[in-house]
Design a protein around this ligand. Structure first.
Ligand code: LIP
Length: 262
């Protein structure tokens, strides 16, 4: 039996996804917020569609979104939404992006959905109830060594020290004989890849809370572990991130901790 918040999370993601899919198929002019950080009318309209669904049932709840909502992260009831995570993929007609909607209570993730509207692919998780991919319960993989795994990575918009630190961490990991590095460009879906047991780990040295708010719960409910890239608890704020299947957390920290910009 789904909770009201789980039902609204799915309805909101579906509404935002319909807007994103329409613009994806019709084309949309992209603007640049800052270096390589793209935005469009699709992002803003999709976020408004998501917020309208949430507000219809939970008018007093706070909403924190990438484009148009600056909800208080200390609010008892908080929704954290990314209307189009993977904006660069979206802008370049790459059908690998997602609508991410998460509900938090007193700062603790309760439920979340990550929806790719082009592939009609759903990832959902609820606290204590598990992680699901198109309705099927999933779990992280059982790798215990880095040389048994593929590792996902993301790059923040910075083209300077943070980019260099990420590239150096990738080199360190390759020298530990990982099976490969994958940079798919959508953090929420990268986190799902960990929960699905496809990536043994995923890291990024700077990410916004709307990118990871739902995906971190998906990983944890699939049996994985999520911290910042130094091994500290993940804050509900812009942060580095490391998500793993659990056994690979310390081996990953041994490699990336020293590369993470302070
Ligand atoms: C993106 C993330 C990606 C990260 C980018 C950006 P956006 O989110 O999904 O993993 O590397 O820097 O943060 O901006 O497309 O919503």
């Amino acid at each position: 039996m789904l909770t009201p918040e789980q039902n609204i999370a799915e309805e909101a993601a579906r509404a935002g996804g319909a807007v994103a899919a329409r613009y994806f198929r019709e084309g949309v002019a992209m603007r640049t917020k800052d270096i390589a950080n793209l935005v469009s009318d699709a992002d803003v309209e999709a976020e408004h569609a998501i917020a309208a669904v949430i507000r219809k049932t939970f008018p007093s709840h706070a909403i924190l979104g990438e484009e148009a909502h600056e909800g208080d992260t200390t609010a008892e009831h908080l929704w954290i939404v990314d209307p189009i995570d993977g904006t660069t993929n979206f802008a370049h007609q790459i059908p690998h992006f997602a609508v991410s909607v998460a509900y938090y209570h007193h700062g603790v993730a309760q439920c979340g959905v990550i929806y790719n509207p082009i592939r009609e692919e759903w990832h959902s998780a609820a606290k204590g109830q598990g992680a699901f991919h198109d309705g099927r319960k999933v779990q992280v993989d059982d790798a215990t060594r880095l040389d048994q795994s593929v590792v996902g990575v993301g790059f923040y918009y910075d083209r300077d020290a943070m980019m260099q630190a990420t590239l150096e961490a990738i080199g360190d990991l390759k020298r530990r004989q990982i099976h490969g590095i994958r940079r798919f460009g959508t953090a929420s879906l990268d986190l799902c890849m960990v929960g699905l047991g496809r990536f043994g780990a995923y890291f990024e040295f700077q990410l916004s809370p709307w990118d990871f708010a739902a995906g971190r719960l998906f990983v944890e409910e699939a049996g994985g572990k999520v911290t910042d890239a130094l091994g500290n608890p993940l804050p509900l704020a812009r942060s580095s991130i490391l998500a793993t299947n659990g056994p690979l957390h310390e081996p990953m920290l041994d490699v990336i901790r020293s590369r993470c910009p302070q």
